[in-house]
Design a protein around this ligand. Structure first.
Ligand code: DCP
Ligand code: MG
Length: 609
């Protein structure tokens, strides 16, 4: 069963890759790009070879060409040789750069797509806990650090290995003793690099963590801008942001300082190496062991060896940032996806809509049950109303039906099949929810209404749904009608309008089981009355769960469940519950009294009802 189709388009299992050790993980991430990567390194090697060859040309020029009587004949050839070598070196270096860019950008592109898709498939429980800002930061900044890892450090390793090998081999042909002398700096540099590697890793991790915190603060402040303004808390928020920002500054400074503390050390070591090498080589020239041409070639090659060694240190230190980002990204990727299409049963038709809860217990956090011993039964096409004080568990009950969360104990059966045996995707297609907090995308109203239908929809259907949700007339007042953009670049809808657009979206989906979680909370009583007719029509023939605070909205339900602290404390029809007394009746009487008084009040001041 292929539960996560998009992930399958990658020809390797990223999750397994990331579970491994980091370097192995990086190598496996190169899957599909290895040829490009090898090409990039090979072209670099070719470029290095031509660079090295020019030093031998120098030696030939000084030691032999200059002694020749027909120097004027040789000179143009030598000059052409230098130009030719430089051209070849440049060309291959350019080609290598191209392949590198293709590799690194390609890997980053794939990783970003993978992460986006992966995050969409994570469980509700994970999203409840993980901050949005943190996720955004990991998908952008950390992925970018990994892109740099592939474009700079991964290629850099190959580059250093090649430059070192080629130039060291060339040095050996010049003079074995000098060649060996040139590499005595390697151990101290490696030791210094490893020491810095650990410290820089830690500093970078701290920096990225703070960066994520800042993203979260920013993101929350932008989403919650109304609250900030309404409470005039700008100063408080600014101070909080400035505090976080100052911490980021400190951590960034620490990271940069550590980074830069490393260079003087390697510079000193490498500088000593170069001077020492030149000095010894000069002594050898003086006693005639090597020629002047060899000396010049040595001088050039030595620089070619010292530079990669120096860069090795830089590379090791920079790699630490790639590793940290790798870990932060893998933390997300290691999370289990919520299987969408897996299920013991694979129903093809529609649900009938019989829902049975039996002693269901559910908790978001271990050992803090939110629902305790919930049992009830709904026949197909019936309407159940859920009433209860805030936090009593109403939303939690209905969130179990589309398998947003898995219940702990007990059994929930739809049409006689245990909920766990249904594929999530099937349930989610059969169940329509109008959530407590309606959400619209920054797309057109039409796109928002047809979202989730999964087929071409005619304008008539869209309009019919909007009419049923009593939002058609509102939409027609917008300049572009159904093509009006919602959100930042378009119209701003009121809470009630949003709710009704979401209602239209759910109507169009034509679900077998309908969940209305406070779906009319943001509409006034008058509009609610006008929607109620539509809702009643809509609920016909479907099993419906209606959560509402006004008893008027739910009094016609076939079954009313009254919740308190995760328990069902009362159940029955409106008439039965009124006869029972208790909480239901108290709330009913209270609400009726308030409405009556309100009516009287309005009548006495002469306002039209
Ligand atoms: N809860 C939680 N984690 C979540 C959602 C809720 O721990 N992701 C807790 C908060 C409440 C309890 O579960 O203590 C029940 O929450 P519900 O959302 O089910 O409560 P209601 O829907 O009944 O409340 P309201 O009328 O305010 O919507
Ligand atoms: Mg709720």
């Amino acid at each position: 069963m292929n539960s996560n189709p998009p992930a399958q388009s990658y020809n390797y299992d990223l999750k397994q890759t990331l579970a491994e050790r980091r370097l192995v993980g990086f190598w496996r991430m190169l899957t599909g790009f290895r040829l490009l990567y090898v090409g990039a390194v090979a072209f670099l090697g070719a470029s290095a070879l031509f660079g090295m060859a020019s030093f031998f040309l120098i030696r030939y020029f000084v030691d032999e060409a200059l002694q020749k009587p027909d120097l004027h004949n040789v000179l143009p050839v030598v000059a052409l040789g230098f130009v030719g070598l430089a051209l070849l070196q440049g060309t291959f270096s350019f080609l290598s750069g191209r392949l590198t860019a293709q590799t690194a950008e390609g890997i980053a592109l794939r990783l970003r797509n993978y992460m986006f898709d992966h995050i969409q498939h994570l469980t509700f429980a994970y999203h409840d806990k993980m901050q949005t800002g943190e996720l955004i930061q990991r998908c952008t900044s950390d992925v970018d650090t990994m892109r740099r890892f592939f474009s700079e450090q991964a290629i850099g390793v190959g580059r250093i290995a090649i430059l070192f090998t080629v130039n060291f081999a060339a040095l050996l042909t010049l003079h074995v003793g000098l060649a060996l002398l040139s590499v005595i700096v390697i151990p101290p540099i490696v030791i210094a690099s490893l020491y810095f590697f650990r410290r820089v890793s830690k500093a970078w991790e701290a920096y990225q963590e703070q960066d994520a915190k800042l993203s979260t603060t920013l993101q929350e402040n932008l989403s919650g801008v109304r609250v900030v303004k309404a409470f005039a808390r700008q100063d408080y928020e600014r101070n909080k942001f400035e505090g976080d920002n100052a911490e980021k500054f400190q951590r960034g400074k620490r990271f940069m300082m550590m980074h830069s503390g490393f260079w003087p050390i390697t510079d000193i070591i490498c500088g000593a190496q170069i001077i020492g090498g030149y000095f010894v080589a000069a002594l050898l020239v003086m006693d005639g062991t090597i020629t002047v041409g060899t000396y010049l070639a040595y001088a050039g090659l030595l620089m070619n060896i010292i530079n990669p060694i120096r860069n090795l240190g830089r590379l090791i230190v920079q790699m630490s940032t790639g590793m940290v980002s790798f870990d932060r990204v893998s933390e997300i990727i290691r999370q289990e996806r919520e299987p969408l299409t897996e299920g013991v049963v694979q129903p093809t038709g529609s649900l009938r809509g019989e829902v049975v809860f039996e002693n269901v217990t559910f908790e978001y956090e271990p050992d803090t049950p939110v629902l305790k011993d919930i049992s009830f039964r709904v026949e197909p096409g019936q309407t159940v109303a859920l009433l209860g004080s805030t936090g009593s568990g109403k939303t939690s009950v209905v969130s179990l039906l589309p398998r947003f969360y898995d219940y702990k104990d007990g059994s929930i059966r739809i049409d006689g099949v245990e909920l766990r045996d249904y594929p999530r995707q099937y349930l989610r297609r059969q169940i329509g929810i109008v959530e407590q907090e309606p959400f619209l995308f920054s797309r057109t109203i039409r796109e928002n209404i047809t979202y989730g239908v999964g087929r071409e929809v005619s304008d008539d259907e869209v309009i019919a749904a909007a009419r049923a949700a009593a939002v058609h007339d509102v939409i027609m007042t917008f300049p572009d009608g159904y093509n009006t953009l919602v959100g930042e670049r378009g119209v701003t809808l009121s809470g009630g309008q949003k709710q009704r657009v979401v209602l239209a979206r759910t109507l169009l989906k034509d679900p077998r089981i309908l969940i209305l979680d406070d779906a009319t909370s943001s509409v006034d009583a008058e509009t609610e009355d006008s929607i109620r007719g539509a809702l009643l029509r809509l609920m016909q023939g479907r099993t419906s769960f209606v959560i509402a605070h006004r008893i008027q909205t739910v009094m016609h339900a076939d079954l009313i469940l009254v919740f308190d602290k995760g328990h069902i404390i009362q159940r029955g029809t409106h008439a039965e519950l009124l006869a029972q007394g208790g909480m239901y009746r108290r709330v009913y009487e209270l609400q009726s009294r308030i409405e009556d008084e309100l009516e009287k009040e309005i009548a006495s001041v002469g306002l039209p009802l």
